[in-house]
Write a protein that binds this ligand. Structure first.
Ligand code: GLA
Length: 722
């Protein structure tokens, strides 16, 4: 069954938040306990994360006596666009239990709480269930939303699991549903573990390094009182579930069976038991979604301090605003996800690949002509946090503008529609496979980053590089760095732009404090120190320069024109022109002018003169003559503007303002057609140049928002770590 809104769009799932528990061990109503830096409760984080993951509605299940308090605290969220309703969990239920048995005071349990929410659920469409006093992390909701949008055949429920050891409390034993998986990653059975605690010492079974390094086990007991010891990596179900509406009649049926068995006044009807029963009976397969880490809960009062500290850290790291609800959070558009991720049975290794963007100091549109360029790697990166998947699939997601996607490595990798960000990831994978690298394992994870996107700073190549490093790492293999740079440059053309190899080499080979002279045919990278006391100011023209968007065709056209000019002149390479002495160069230019049509002549003049400027610029850098370097930048900009036709009015304006304000030189950087300009400034002038740009360029346009204007430092190249 596929749930869909009219018009075929997938229905956003609803999140049912169970908040009717009695907090016996916590001592007070923990569901509203302020835990975040600005006093938000964990359940507010759940709403915040789920909204971002694409959930559309929220149903809060509370006890009658708490309703007022919850309304007062959470009702205002509706003004920020959150579709929130309340359902009361009572002991009586018109259809199921018109009269509660005598002596019953305890709520009926989580399975019953979901039935209490049924009336508030949309008739169609999937829903998820979570506990109000648990923090599951954004990835968990994203994974659920994806899986609910495209469940594997026959899978009608999901639960998100966490490594058991990460769910224990330092303040006492806890109960957890311990999941065992079938080989295809669905729930085989779930057993209840009670009073679970980490054993102090790792047991010394076997010998040598392996046993010494083993994680300690977790000890507890079964509901029947039998002691148990389980692996700390066992997957624990923490009460985050995904369902389709057809679960509701099954739940009702099981609840009737529960009642028919005359439960004691303290017996509860647990959701986990129902799902476990249905899975074992073959009536509803339940996919296990491995969330990795990130769960936090409030079982004991002492848990609060740890959860608070973690939320503070997450806030400081930028994962959450300090005040969750201003500015208002709008739901993400519902997305149809390409593939669900049912987890493999054991904890996989993880890693992080970090790849910098670049600015090109000088030498534009030369790389594809085989001429040297002089960029530097930026101190802004694309970051890919991944886990190694046992299956050969790539399952990644980015920020709000870069939605989730998945593809297989063991099938032909088809491109996504032109302009889709996954094409850079696909390009990296394809490049490695075409190079003969075996990719038996995949990666799943999240892409984030600080390189402004579509600003001509090579965020796309940084993504290609980060992906390649992650895939190589996952498959425990290696490709020599220059070979990798070359193969990734070829591979990236798959995304549509017939680029050269500058960006990938700069991202892989960056060196702190150094510019990079990159030669092609063959590829070589030579770091050149940047003198102290100089700054590179990067300024966005506020116009996107998308490699696979508007910039693609004019870029590819320039490339073709350069090849055509060379061909018409009967030359095999640009080197003769670039390396000629002055007199010879003058005669080469004169010859070209005579024999080439106007546009091709201008293209020719740019490439030939720019090639010579790079040689001079490197020499100027080495003798620390930054005034000369600045003049060469200015000449480069003029040539790109007048001969190569890739500048824009706004880029020209930035360059002018920067020079007026005392920059030693300024030019557009990257392909042009929008994107950024750079200005070389003495350290003492950088502030003044930035102030002038703010005042004369950005303020009239409404200000320089996030990352439009910054000082760049030359940084090291890409890395991958476990
Ligand atoms: C883009 C391409 C590079 C290079 C520059 C222009 O960034 O990806 O290969 O051609 O434009 O110098």
């Amino acid at each position: 069954m596929k749930s869909a809104e009219p018009g075929g769009r997938p229905e956003r799932p609803t999140l049912v938040i169970l908040a009717a528990g009695r907090s016996t061990r916590f001592g007070r109503a923990k569901q509203l306990e302020p835990v975040g830096p600005d006093g938000a409760s964990l359940l507010e984080y759940a709403v915040y994360d789920a909204l971002r993951a694409g959930f559309g509605r929220f149903v809060l299940v509370v006890r009658e006596s708490q309703r007022h308090e919850f309304e007062a605290r959470l009702g205002p969220l509706r003004t920020t666009g959150v579709a929130l309703s309340f359902a009361c969990q009572r002991l009586a239920h018109a259809d199921l239990v018109p009269l509660p048995p005598p002596g019953r005071v305890r709520p009926w349990g989580t399975g019953f709480a979901v039935l209490a929410a049924a009336a508030a659920l949309p008739h169609r469409g999937p829903f998820a269930v979570c506990n109000a006093d648990d923090f599951y992390g954004r990835a968990a909701y994203e994974s659920l939303a994806r899986s609910l949008a495209a469940p594997p055949p026959g899978v009608r429920a999901f639960t998100v699991t966490y490594p058991l050891a990460d769910t224990l409390s330092a303040f006492g034993g806890v109960s957890r549903g311990l999941c065992e998986a079938t080989p295809d990653g669905t729930l085989l059975r779930m057993t209840e573990g009670l009073d679970l605690r980490l054993e102090r010492e790792a047991p010394r079974t076997g010998s040598g390094a392996e046993s010494a390094a083993a994680r300690p086990a977790v000890a507890g007991r079964t509901p029947a009182g039998t002691p148990i010891r389980v692996d700390a990596d066992s997957q624990a179900c923490m009460g985050l579930w995904g369902f389709f509406p057809e679960i509701l009649p099954l739940l009702a049926e099981r609840f009737r069976a529960f009642l028919a068995a005359s439960p004691g006044v303290d017996d509860e009807f647990y959701l986990s038991e129902v799902v476990s029963h249905l899975a074992a009976a073959g009536r509803a397969r339940c996919g296990l979604l491995r969330a990795g880490q990130g769960w936090m809960g409030l079982t004991f009062p002492g848990d609060r301090a740890g959860a608070s500290a973690s939320l503070r850290q997450l806030t400081e790291a930028g994962a959450y605003p300090a005040d969750l609800w201003t500015p208002p959070v709008r739901p993400e558009p519902a997305r149809r996800a390409p593939a669900p991720s049912v987890s493999p049975p054991r904890a996989p290794p993880r890693g992080t690949a970090i790849a910098p963007g670049r600015i090109n100091l000088i030498g534009e549109h030369l790389d594809y002509n085989g001429l040297s360029v002089l960029p530097m790697a930026l101190d802004r990166h694309v970051r890919l946090d991944f886990e190694v998947l046992r299956q050969p699939t790539v399952e990644l997601e980015g920020d709000a503008d870069h939605g989730p996607f998945a593809f297989r490595l063991d099938r032909p990798i088809e491109p996504a529609p032109q302009g889709h960000w996954s094409n850079y990831v696909r390009a990296a994978a394809r490049g490695l496979l075409d190079h003969g690298v075996e990719l038996k394992r995949g990666i799943g994870g999240k892409v984030a980053g600080t390189v402004p996107v579509a600003e001509g700073l090579s965020s796309s190549s940084a993504l290609v590089v980060a992906t390649a490093l992650a895939l190589l790492h996952a498959n425990e293999t290696h490709v020599e760095v220059l070979e990798l740079a070359a193969l990734l440059a070829r591979a990236e053309r798959y995304a549509g732009l017939q680029g050269g190899g500058m960006d990938q080499a700069a991202s892989l080979c960056g060196a702190k404090g150094h510019a990079l002279r990159i030669d092609f045919r063959p590829l070589r990278v030579t770091p050149v120190p940047v003198p102290e006391g100089w700054r590179w100011v990067v300024a966005s023209s506020l116009a996107r320069a998308e490699k696979t968007g508007a910039a693609r065709e004019p870029y590819n056209e320039r490339r073709a024109q350069c090849a055509e000019a060379l061909k018409r002149l009967g030359r095999a390479s640009w080197l003769e022109a670039v390396e000629a002495d002055e007199a010879e160069f003058v005669s080469i230019l004169a010859g070209a002018r005579r024999s080439l049509p106007r546009t091709l002549w201008r293209r020719f003049r740019h490439v030939a003169t720019e090639g010579r400027r790079v040689i001079e610029a490197e020499a100027a850098l080495r003798r620390e003559d930054m005034a000369a370097f600045g003049r060469l930048m200015n000449a480069s900009h003029a040539s790109l503007r007048d001969d190569f036709g890739v500048s824009t009015e706004t880029l020209d304006e930035i360059v002018e303002v920067a020079r007026d304000a005392g920059a030693a030189g300024a030019r557009l950087t990257g392909a042009g057609f929008g994107g950024c300009a750079i200005a070389l400034c003495r350290e003492s002038r950088a502030k003044g140049v930035m102030a002038a740009l703010r005042e004369r360029f950005y303020e009239p346009r409404g200000g320089a928002g996030g990352g439009a204007l910054f000082v760049a430092a030359a940084s090291d190249g890409a890395t991958v770590t476990s």
